[in-house]
Structures are given as C-alpha cells and as structure tokens.
Design a protein around this ligand. Structure first.
Ligand SMILES: Nc1ncnc2c1ncn2[C@@H]1O[C@H](COP(=O)(O)OP(=O)(O)OP(=O)(O)O)[C@@H](O)[C@H]1O
Length: 701
C-alpha cells in the first residue's frame, strides 16, 4: 500500500483551494492526464518551470528597454479617465521618476479601483512590460502595483511554467505553491555517499528549489535540485525494470524446446532464405527459451530488416514444443497484416493461426476464445485485446510484443502482472541508441538485425521544395503508367487529427483529378474494415497511388510499392520519416523517396532532411534525432501518454542513468523484497513516481 505520508500528494488537484471542476479539467490537460480525477497534486509538484521573470531590474523609466519586464518606482501625477461612453479609450495613470514619465494603461478598467490603488502623490512600485511609442513609455496592465511601504508583496523572481489555454499564470503559481505545502519530509532513498558526492539536496528541498529559481542557473538541467530529481526518476525507472526482470527470472522458466519440424516447413515455403542476422537472432531466442530461466529479449531491427520472420520461427518453436504463442501488435492494421503474412506460411506448416482484436465481436469472438482455451489455436495474433480478462490460454509459452515504440514498459508490466509470464520477445522497429534502450527497457538481452535482406537496392531520397509539386505529379504519372505503386503521405498538422484528415482529403481530391480511380485514401478515422479493404486494394494493384495520413507509418508491408512522397517533410520527426520511408525499398525493385518541404527551412530543419537524404542507416538517424530533438519524441512517449521522464533528460543526465542502473541492480540483489530500511524508502520513491505496478509485482513475488 502507498505510504500514508504520500496521501496528500496523491489527492486529485481538485482538492487544492480554489480549484473547481473546470480548473481541475484544465490542469489535467496541462499535466497530460486523461481526467481531472487522474491529475494529482504530485503532478503539479513535478510540473517544472521553464523560465523565470526577474523583477529585480529597476533601470529607471528612461532606460527601460522595449518589451522587457521591469520594475519602476515612481510618484503618481494624475489620472486620465476615458471620456464618457468611449469604452474603447483606455484609462491612463501617469507617474514619474527622476528620469522620465510613464503612462500606465488600462482597458475597461474601473476608475474607483484605480484611484485606490494609485492615489495621486503616492510613491508606488509597478512591474510589467514597458512599451515605447513615439518616445513615450507606457505599461499596459502592470502585473503588480504595490505601495512602496509594501514592497514585500512584489515577488522579485517568479517562475514561468509551460501553460495551456484558459489558465492564468498567477493562478497556476498559486496552485503549485499550495501543492508544495503538501510535500512531506520523506525518508532518503539515495545512498548517503552518492548524495554527498553529487551534492544532491534532500527530495523535499529539491521540489521547493525546483519551483523557486533565483536566476537562470537554477533552471539549468545541471542545477542540483534538477539533477537530484532526474536521478530519482531514473532510479525509479530502473528499479521497476529490475523488479520485472527479477520476477520473470524467479518464476522457473518452462524450457521450450522446438523440434525443428515446423520451422523446416516454413523455411521451405519461403521464397527467400533468411539473412545471417535473422538466423542468429532465431538461434539466440531458441537457446533462451530452452533454458531454465524465462526469456526477456529485445529484438532490434531497422525498418524492413525482416523481424516478422524471426517472430514466426520463434513462435513455431513454441508450437513444436506443444505450447501456444501470441504476437501482439500496436495497431489493428498491423495485427491484420501480420496475420495475413504469417498465416500463409503457417498454413504451409499446418499451424493454426487466429486473429483477435477489438474488432472481433460476437459469435466469431466466442469461437476464437474457445479455440484459444482448448489449445486448438496455436498462434494468436492481435492487439492488446489478446490480454483481456476473457481470454484464457491453454498453454501460452511465448509472447512476442511488436512494440514499434508504442507500448512501453507499462503495458508489458500489466501483461505480466496478469499472471501470464511466458517467455517474452519484444520487437522494436527504429533502432534505439543504447542510452535509450537502457532507459526504456533496462538490461535486456538484445538481438540485432544488422543487415537487410539480400537484393535490396538503396532508396534514392531527394528533397524538393513544395513549389515544384507539379513536376513530382508529372513524374508520378509516368511511374504509375509503367505499373509502379506509390504512397503519398500528407502533412502532419500539429495537434489536430481533423486538419490532418482535411489535408489528406484535399490532396486525394486533386490527385484523383490527375490520376482518376487509381488513387485511394486511408486515414485514422476510417473504420477497421474500410482500412483493410483499401490496403488490400493497394496490395492487389487495383489502387496504384495511396494517399495516407501517418497511419501507414508503422510496419505496413507492400513490397512492390516503390515510391514514397512525403508532403511537408519538415514537420515530421526524423525517426518518423525514416519509418515512413521504410515502407518502400522492401522488395528487389529500386525505390525513391521524395521529401517535399515548404521553405525556407531553419538550419536544423535543413540538417534533418540532409541526414535523411545521406543515410539509410536507422542507427545513425536515431542518434542524430536524439541530438536534434530529444528522447521523448524518439520513443514516442510524449504522444502515447506512457509516463516518460518529467525532469530527467538523457542528453543532460546520461551520466546519472548509468549510476541509477548500477544502483538499482545492487539494491535488488541485496534486498530483493525491499524490506530493509533503504528498501522501505525505495518503495516510497516508486510510489512517488507512480510505479505502483512494480510494487504490486514485488508483493506477488
Ligand atoms: N531474408 C529475407 N530475404 C528477402 N526478403 C525478406 C527476408 N526477410 C524478410 N523479407 C521481406 O522483407 C519485407 C520486410 O520484412 P518485415 O515486414 O518482417 O520487416 P520489419 O523488420 O517488420 O520492418 P518494419 O519495422 O519496417 O515493418 C517483407 O516483405 C518480408 O517478406
């Protein structure tokens, strides 16, 4: 159970003074929580300021820089109320210091309030942005008006927070202050020697320092409070990964030994031979599964490197041993696609494959559930529907999770917490730099597919300014006339699926004019069956040009599509562009990727597209992407809502991650059930970072 001392931090934000249901909703939005109930006081405590206002600058009116917040001390000379009935003319109050005059400007203000706040001849301090117009200085709606005797009411330095529309900065500061009063004294979970060596403040002090920056250096990721909190985040993450691992390992593994009969049939049915990398990965996996410990292995392979075959051969071994295997995909499209590729090969070997997704309903679903329970279904492919309560496996020995960056550790934990702990193989598409692997997966065994299947030709990537879209359409027309197939990806319009869709529909309409009925459209709002039938038509060649939003980003496999056009390429992340481009170049025909960009590009924008043009190596791209954009985007955590890091940054705190990893391993080895004094403190840390699953897990063990 969560230690009682954390309770005040885990009440909903609505429990803070002045936060009604509407504001609670806004705070939930700001804090990335789905509902106001989910948004807790602790989330506010973790909401770090991104900059600060320094009101210590008191340059005097004449020296006040344009557009900068300053504090002016001056004497009030006169009030100038707007003429009656002219509500659009502002109310002005003039004051002066030794250097000049300043007009305080108020729109729709109440005169009596201003007369009280700014009495004539009184010396006051006002703080706000100064604007210069025709040699006159004015300050529109000062942030603060304070009588000189009450200077303590003027906060000299104020933190500025990331905001969301509808919230005011003052309100947010107030609720964060209220949240901070709920931070209790907590037991120290970091080793004392490390605290000293690193100069870490205590955790409660760190929270307070985080929200009380004195100058820019306190906002730096290397500020002691931020480093401490970053370390906590890493430590909590690494501990929960270690606990999963420990738990998986502790449950005695069921050795799974394939006979090779089914794999042989599959290999015989393949129109190609596996690459050396694929064979090595399969050998690693079979060896793991045959051992006495549970497998927890990560299969990393660049786009198009052939991970599906590795998954299939591993699952075949599970079936040969008399067990069942599942393959969980992140989307419906992918699940269905895996099903269609895999069932063809599995048929050849006489393996029974089923597909189960959220779309499987009614009698069909009942029948499939029965076949899963009886063991008749040997391989089951699906989405997370595979692990709903109603699904019972007869003898599940292997779970392959095709992560493609969408699931994250939490889903995996949930899966295992359900009591299903088969051997586990996690597949990721974009190669992830080592630091990220550690942060996201901990110390897993890793197999890499380092080579592409033989016969692949390099994808020619070109960048073209949008103005030349006409030329591109002309070239496409030639290509389609020659029987080629192309994807046309529509711009990613920030934060609005609706606008994404609109741009795709518009593009579809213009391309239909140029190409007629050969053009299809696919987007996220379509129903599953609609998407399937469009994909199928494209696969069959009834459609030659497919206009799409980023639904095709992950895993879609139409090997004879050889042209990829990406509109507004400058709006996509590098990793995402690499994924998209990976939809072509999957067969033995030469392929082209055309990145249409809208100029002028920023320097980084230019650098990003050039990287993509110059290399097809996903590892290089991922490393560069990490440098240019930050890790959240790369892992896809920001979008998917998987709790990522709130304070820690791999770029800034990479050194701490390594220490946290070792510390976590040491802790778990010395005190596997977390019962020592430090172990108890560590439990508090895990709760504080919402790693409850990891703890539940611990008790289960
Ligand atoms: N050894 C091989 N030789 C030739 N083609 C292969 C080989 N292995 C796989 N392929 C083919 O390469 C294509 C890509 O394979 P697969 O879909 O498994 O890629 P992937 O690793 O899942 O990539 P992505 O993450 O981009 O979906 C498929 O059409 C598959 O049939």
């Amino acid at each position: 159970m969560r230690p009682a001392l954390l309770d005040p931090l885990f009440s909903p934000v609505g429990s803070l003074p002045g936060v009604g249901p509407k504001l609670a909703d806004l705070l939930a939005k700001l804090l990335g929580r789905e509902t106001a109930e989910d948004a807790r006081v602790i989330d506010l405590v973790f909401h770090a300021p991104s900059s600060l206002i320094d009101r210590r600058k008191q340059p005097g009116i004449a020296m006040a820089p344009q557009g900068v917040i300053v504090t002016i001390t001056g004497r009030v000379d006169r009030h100038q109320a707007p003429p009656k009935g002219k509500s659009n003319v502002p109310y002005r109050v003039f004051l002066h210091d030794e250097t000049g005059e300043l007009a305080l400007t108020f729109f729709r203000a109440k005169g009596d309030w201003l007369e009280k706040a700014l009495p004539i001849d009184e010396t006051v301090m006002v703080s706000g942005k100064v604007d210069w117009f025709n040699g006159r200085a004015s300050m529109v709606h000062p942030d603060y008006i304070v009588k000189v005797g009450e200077a303590e009411n003027l906060p000299l330095v104020e933190p500025i927070y990331p905001m969301t529309a509808g919230l005011s900065a003052k309100f947010l500061r107030k609720v964060i202050d209220a949240a901070l009063t709920r931070v209790p004294k907590m037991p120290e979970w970091i080793d004392e020697a490390l605290c000293q060596k690193q100069g870490f403040p205590a955790v409660d002090d760190s929270f307070r320092d985080l929200h009380d920056p004195c100058d820019e250096s306190d906002l730096d990721p290397q500020a002691p409070a931020r480093r401490r909190l970053a370390y906590d985040e890493f430590l909590a993450g690494q501990l929960s990964l270690s606990l999963v691992r420990q738990r998986l390992r502790k449950v005695a593994g069921h050795p799974v030994r394939g006979t090779g009969v089914l794999s042989e049939k599959i290999l015989a049915a393949l129109p190609f031979s596996p690459t050396r990398s694929q064979s090595e990965a399969v050998a690693d996996i079979l060896q793991d599964m045959a051992g006495n410990e549970r497998m927890l292995r990560l299969l990393q392979g660049d786009v198009g490197s052939g991970k599906t075959l590795v998954a299939l051969l591993s699952m075949a071994a599970a079936v040969e041993s008399g067990g069942q295997a599942v393959l969980m995909a992140p989307t419906e499209i992918l699940a269905r696609q895996h099903f269609s590729t895999i069932s063809k090969l599995a048929d050849a070997a006489g393996i029974t494959v089923e597909v189960l997704t959220g779309r499987t309903k009614g009698r069909e679903r009942e029948a499939i559930l029965e076949r899963i329970a009886s063991g008749e279904a040997q391989i089951v492919i699906g989405t997370h529907a595979l692990f709903q309560d109603a699904v019972n496996y007869r003898n599940l020995v292997l779970a392959v999770v095709d992560e493609q960056h969408r699931f994250g550790v939490h889903q995996r934990l949930r899966l295992t917490a359900k009591g299903i702990s088969p051997h586990m193989l996690v597949m990721t598409a974009t190669p992830i730099p080592r630091t990220l692997v550690l942060a996201a997966f901990g110390d897993m065994d890793v197999s890499k597919l380092t080579e592409k299947p033989a016969g692949r030709k390099p994808i020619q990537t070109i960048t073209v300014p949008t103005e030349r879209i006409g030329d591109i359409v002309g070239r496409l027309r030639h290509a389609v006339a020659e029987g080629k197939k192309a994807y046309w990806i529509c711009p990613l319009v920030e934060e609005s699926e609706e606008s994404d869709l609109m741009s795709a529909e518009e593009r579809h309409a213009t391309l239909v004019q140029a190409f007629g009925n050969d053009v299809g459209l696919i987007h996220g709002r379509m129903s599953g069956t609609e998407k399937d039938s469009v994909m199928l038509a494209f696969k069959n060649g009834e459609l030659r040009l497919l206009v799409a939003t980023t639904v095709v980003e992950v895993g879609v496999d139409v090997p004879d599509a050889t042209i990829m056009v990406i509109e507004h390429a400058e709006r996509f992340g590098l990793a995402q562009l690499h994924q998209l481009r990976g939809r072509v170049g999957r067969g033995d025909e030469a392929s082209t990727c055309i990145l249409l960009y809208k100029g002028p590009l920023s320097e980084t924008g230019h650098a990003r597209l050039s990287i993509l043009r110059d290399t097809e190596d996903g590892f290089v791209i991922a490393e560069e992407d990490l440098k240019l954009r930050g890790e959240g985007e790369l892992l896809g955590t920001r979008q998917s809502g998987t709790p990522g890091f709130r304070i820690a940054s791999l770029e800034a705190h990479g050194d701490l991650l390594e220490i946290a990893r070792k510390d976590a391993a040491y802790l778990i080895e010395k005190d596997p059930e977390l019962t020592s004094a430090r172990g108890e403190a560590v439990r508090t840390l895990l709760y504080l970072h919402r790693r409850d699953e990891a703890i539940r897990f611990l008790r289960a063990g």
